[in-house]
Ligand binder design. Structure first.
Ligand code: AMP
Length: 142
């Protein structure tokens, strides 16, 4: 299965933030949308970083001023992105190897979605269920 199929089900909406905004604003967005990461974008909408709950926790341990800190002080700059053509299993493997749970999806330089490890596991389970149903039908147990 391709990442484009996952996006077709979950939608292409990405909650973004700008590097000069504050962690207070980021926490409000994470809470409002019930998500674990925001993609930091520049004025042109190009991804320049990713901010996950984990970055906020890591920074909070070192600094009392976490709420007033800017996104750029806390985010991960070296974002690993995927493409709609990527295979779901390959993306899951990358997330597992690199120990992160979010992957922004970029197509021709444009941010077109984000997938979490939860989205991918859910899509994979649905695919397996479909295959089991097909096999059961074929052997007459459907
Ligand atoms: P997560 O497991 O996604 O909450 O993130 C764990 C750490 O990996 C945090 O420092 C994130 O900023 C970072 N991270 C998450 N997703 C990515 C990604 N696609 N590329 C690079 N770093 C990431």
């Amino acid at each position: 299965m391709k990442i484009s199929a996952v996006l077709a089900t979950k939608g292409m909406n990405v909650v973004t933030i700008h590097p000069e905004q504050t962690i207070r604003e980021a926490i409000a967005l994470l809470n409002k949308h019930n998500i674990g990461a925001l993609v930091a974008v520049d004025a042109a909408g190009k991804p320049v970083g990713i901010l996950s709950e984990r970055d906020i926790v890591r920074h909070a341990v070192k600094s009392q001023d976490i709420f007033a800190a800017s996104i750029s002080q806390v985010m991960t700059r070296d974002v690993v992105t995927g493409s709609p053509q990527d295979d779901l299993n390959a993306v899951l493997q990358t997330m597992t190897d690199r120990r992160f749970r979010h992957m922004p999806v970029v197509d021709e330089g444009k941010l077109v979605g984000i997938v979490s490890i939860g989205d991918l596991v859910k899509a994979q389970l649905n695919e397996y269920k479909g295959q089991i149903d097909t096999l059961q039908t074929q052997v007459g147990k459907g």
